[in-house]
Design a protein around this ligand. Structure first.
Ligand code: AMP
Length: 397
């Protein structure tokens, strides 16, 4: 398999699938968060430095029926040019004669951006003929869009077949794969996973997968109450998935059989409404009165979790410990984030993977104090579940 570090890009056009699906202000059409653009810059710059030219392709938003101005990638050209330090040309379309003429005339050091791929339904349908048209823009295909690697779309997967010997991962995807593999194949111990968030149902596959690799598994957030109820506890009006009580019991049993320390919170900050202004108490997690719901981890739980995390060598965090979006229920999530930062500063490897824990670590301004923060929400979850992502398989295959 080729890789970006050894590939000879001199005088080659690199067709790079990036993820420029950035949030845009509907009225001013300005970018409100450019994280994804900045994340793609190292790959682009590296290829330019190695004497190549670059053709960028991406989707943005969910256009329904063909081109829509607010989803046009021309809206990001000025900012993109600033971030990478090169004036980016705009293709006007992603396929067709004019766009192709522009990419064929690119000189080493030049960059162009194709128009939103999802202006064509063939992109998400993964149509081969459409992928073939896209492939004409490059001599080498680089996939650097981890966020869409779990989709078998034309630009993320199908296009790779037109570059049998010239396809590789960009630096961003390479970093994501390396960090997940480091956690899942780790020989360093103890390995601790913290899985929180709202529902057992959405995390069940990842929990089952982790049971065969981790030493400690901390279950937190709304998910914990299904486990507490399954053990006979009183959870009041807390979030519970009654359909998953049996599953929770099975997980508790499996953890015991596999010698995994499955930690279920022991106390809880409860509220009499799902609101930051609600009345608050702290109680044992299995004695929550009717009319009250658990919205955050209690004092003892925070202490226990911190200790487990601080003593870990490898840490994976997916999902918050409470309703961290509300000031009064963010303490458990913040404590976990801080313990992960402390463990990291003492030499542990920490991966924050999956939507809401990424939002949480950013909210607490601690993202640069952990080892790796994943950019791909759904893709990261599927990769952690052990699924083969089509975009990754297409490069490896
Ligand atoms: P997920 O996307 O499954 O990781 O869930 C994240 C969401 O779970 C966040 O929006 C949290 O506010 C929410 N959450 C965490 N703890 C609780 C809880 N105890 N009750 C209700 N929702 C919660």
């Amino acid at each position: 398999m080729q890789n970006i570090h050894t590939y000879n890009f001199q005088d080659k056009r690199a067709l790079i699938r990036v993820d420029f699906n950035v949030p845009i202000n509907k009225e001013t059409l300005e970018i409100t968060d450019d994280t994804r653009i900045r994340a793609a810059a190292p790959t682009i710059k590296m290829i330019l430095e190695k004497g190549g030219s670059v053709v960028l392709m991406s989707h943005m938003g969910r256009p329904k029926n063909g081109p829509e101005d607010r989803f046009s990638l021309k809206n990001i050209i000025t900012h993109l040019s600033k971030v990478i330090g090169v004036d980016v040309k705009f293709g006007g379309d992603c396929i067709g004669k004019d766009a192709l003429a522009m990419s064929e005339n690119l000189q080493p050091g030049e960059v162009m951006l194709l128009e939103n791929l999802r202006f064509y339904k063939q992109e998400t349908a993964g149509t081969e003929e459409f992928a073939k048209q896209l492939a004409k823009h490059g001599d080498v295909y680089v996939n650097d869009a981890f966020g869409t690697a779990h989709r078998a779309h034309a630009s993320t997967t199908v296009v790779a077949k037109f570059f049998p010997n010239d396809k590789l991962f960009g630096l961003l995807i390479e970093g994501e794969i390396k960090s997940v593999d480091k956690v899942l194949n780790s020989t360093e111990k103890p390995l601790t996973a913290i899985v929180g968030g709202a529902k057992v149902s959405s995390k069940i596959t990842i929990i089952e997968r982790l049971l065969s690799t981790v030493d400690n598994l901390i279950v937190g957030g709304g998910m914990a109450y299904t486990f507490v109820k399954a053990q006979g506890g009183k959870v009041g009006n807390s979030l519970v998935e009654d359909d998953f009580l049996d599953v929770a019991t099975k997980i508790l049993r499996e953890a015991k059989e596999k010698g995994v320390n499955l930690y279920i919170p022991v106390d809880s900050v409860i509220a009499d409404a799902f609101s930051n202004e609600a009345n608050i108490e702290e109680v044992s997690i299995s004695e929550i009165p009717d009319g009250w719901m658990g919205l955050d981890a209690g004092t003892q739980t925070k202490k226990d979790c911190s200790e487990i995390i601080r003593n870990s060598k490898v840490i994976l965090w997916n999902g918050p410990m409470g309703v961290f979006e509300m000031e009064n229920f963010q303490s458990g999530t913040k404590t976990v984030a801080e313990a992960i930062v402390e463990a990291t500063s003492n030499g542990a490897f920490s991966l924050i993977g999956g939507g809401d824990s990424v939002a949480a670590i950013n909210k607490f301004n601690l993202a640069d104090k952990v080892s790796y923060v994943s950019t791909g929400g759904g893709a990261m979850l599927e990769y952690l579940e052990g699924k083969e992502l089509p975009g990754i398989a297409a490069i490896k295959g």
